[in-house]
Every structure is written in structure tokens, then in C-alpha cells.
Design a binder for this molecule. Sequence first.
Ligand code: C5P
Length: 219
Amino acid sequence: PKPLVIAIDGPAASGKSSTAQWVAQLLNVHHVDSGAFYRAITLLALGTGVAPELWTSQAVLAEAHRITWRLTERSVLPLVDGAEHDEAMRDAPVTRQVSRVAQMAAVRHWVNDQVRAAGAATDVVVDGRDIGTAVFPTAALKVFLVADPWERARRRLIQRLGRRPNDAEIAEETEALVARDALDAAQSAPARDAITIDTTTVTQEEQVERIVALAKATR
Ligand code: C5P
């Protein structure tokens, strides 16, 4: 049979990655974080020393051969020069520039090829922005996660700081998230057949259970 694909899309810090990871674990399939490929290529672009305003898709993609991926027990792990660079990929410099790289059509094409190759190799839960629309339009299940920006910012800060953020910190993070959402808007619409889940007031456990139940119903 064809490998199973579940698409989980949504805006920045909507809980896509952790939800997708958890769903993949419960379904015994592999998690693919498509944003990690955009982040990996942004990390390499920063490494060229060229000012971000001058980046071209040709120059950025000239580094792409340094990115590979391998299957771990539960995920598709992107590697840069054969090693994991998860921390640098999540850092502020990459987060600030990643949407710029993600605007480049040739870069999107390259990432989509990587993600489709992973999905052809094994059953996957893929999270991103355009998985259910552009990358896997025939995915068995498409979920679109939304949440109030203030709540997304609050959750992201708790994760990053390991404590309760104050209102000024949440306000600043909300602004950064909303700015990134605006840059990503062109490729972040839900598919027509996506099921939208608002996670503002739902626990992660409840969302995961709901998605797993939907996935089981499609099989
Ligand atoms: O999911 P994450 O926030 O890590 O993604 C980082 C960035 O990669 C997004 O802000 C967006 O610019 C880009 N992205 C995308 N399409 C995807 C996944 C991520 O454009 N499918």
C-alpha cells in the first residue's frame, strides 16, 4: 500500500511540531518537521557571511547539498554536514531570517522534494504551513491548528524560558509571531478539506487524541 501521510499545518508556535511528534509516536510512524528544512538552509545562508538582503535563491541553494536527512526511530532528522544542528536552527538569527528564505520559490521546491522523498520512504506525520495544500494535497488527513496569538506567544516563552513570562514579554513575543505570520501568510492557508482545531483552550493531550482518532478513522 501507499505510505500514509498526515498533514498538520498552522501558524508559528501553534504547537504543530510537538503535536505532530506525539501523534507520530502514538501511530508508530515518522515525524517530519518541514520547517526544519527551511531552518537548516537559512543556517547555511547565514554561514556564507552575505548580508540577508542580498541573498538569492541560487546562492542559498548552492549550499543545499550539505543538507541530508536520515530516519531515526520516530522521525526524519535533517542533518547539516552530516550532523544535527537543532539548537542553532531554533536560535533567533535563523528565526529572524527563515521567512525570507521561505519566500523563494526555488527553495520551496527543494524543501518539498526532500519532504516528499521522506514521505515516499515511510509513513509520516508532516508539520508545516503548506503540507496539506502544496506538498501532499492527497494526504489521508489534513489538520490545521490555530490559536490566539497571545496564547501562542505565552506557550512559546514558557518553553524557551522555563518560567511564566510577564505581560511585557508576552506582548513582545506576540508582535514577533504576528510579523512572521504576515510574512508566511501567502503559503499558510488551510486546505479546503482540512479539519481546523483551535488549540487556545484545548490541552495538547486532547488535540493529540482527537487527531489520532481522526487518523484511525481514515485507515
Ligand atoms: O515551523 P517553523 O516555525 O519552524 O518554520 C519556520 C519557517 O519556515 C516558517 O516561519 C516559514 O517561513 C517556513 N516554513 C514554510 N513552509 C513550511 C514550513 C515552514 O514556509 N511548510
